[in-house]
Ligand binder design. Structure first.
Ligand SMILES: [Zn+2]
Length: 100
């Protein structure tokens, strides 16, 4: 897994940079000033679906086993989302955007 890089100048973006950029759909490369389109890779969407399913299953599992520990279901359910949130910069891709 690698962090995305600029398609124009090959400059690799830093983790926290991408972390904030992911909320936008367009971004200007700080090095070459090229306008870029922010896209989530297909694997990223698959991962999101998988983790949402895992979170839901964890929740159902805790519900069915009637776990007396109230914190456990919350942790198990939140975990996949946390994982996704942490990994998302690796699933971001930049594309050249001519319309900017
Ligand atoms: Zn660039």
């Amino acid at each position: 897994m690698k962090l995305p890089k600029c398609p124009c100048c090959e400059e690799r973006f830093k983790y926290f940079e991408v972390f904030w950029i992911k909320k936008k759909d367009r971004h200007k490369c700080s090095k070459c000033n090229e306008a870029l389109l922010v896209v989530i890779k297909k694997q990223g969407k698959t991962l999101a679906g998988f983790l949402a399913g895992a979170g839901f299953s964890a929740f159902v599992f805790c519900f069915l086993t009637a776990n007396s520990n109230a914190l456990l279901p919350a942790v198990l359910t939140a975990m996949p989302f946390f994982v996704f949130y942490t990994l998302i910069p690796f699933f971001i891709e930049f594309k050249k955007c001519k319309m900017f």
